[in-house]
Design a protein around this ligand. Structure first.
Ligand code: MN
Length: 137
């Protein structure tokens, strides 16, 4: 079964995302801060990580940097989640080593498309980067 690790400190966001991904057939692991996220990535080897960037203990930027600096873990795709659809956040996320980027509030259909693309092994960012950021209702 495909396992997705959600690293998110906001309980409501975490529970909602977890529930919706489980309903789609994914196995879900949750971490409430960056340190726990790194630990679970090491011990559970998830297939993909959804990383909130604003986190306690170790933030998402730092946690992503550490995961991508680890030869055993750097292959795990990471999708950065930030609250603001700002171009600087996207650039920062890529610089930090994230494989893709999305903004909160989560649009599940859009996020699932990015998850599926990364799980298939094709980097979705070059395409995503060429599409203007817009809210799909
Ligand atoms: Mn947060």
């Amino acid at each position: 079964m495909t396992t997705i690790l959600i690293v998110e400190d906001n309980e409501m966001n975490r529970d909602m995302l977890s529930r919706r991904l489980k309903r789609r057939g994914y196995e879900v692991l949750v971490a409430v801060d960056g340190e726990m996220g790194i630990e679970l990535a090491r011990t559970k080897a998830p297939d993909l990580i959804l990383m909130d960037m604003s986190l306690p203990v170790i933030d998402g930027w730092e946690a992503t940097g550490r995961l991508k600096a680890d030869a055993d873990l750097k292959h795990i795709p990471i999708i950065a989640l930030t609250a603001h659809a700002m171009a600087t956040d996207r650039e920062k996320a890529i610089e930090a080593g994230c494989d893709d980027y999305d903004t909160k509030p989560i649009e599940l259909t859009r996020l699932l498309a990015k998850i599926v693309t990364l799980l298939l092994g094709a980097p979705s960012l070059p395409h995503a980067a060429s599409v203007p950021i817009r809210r799909i209702s």
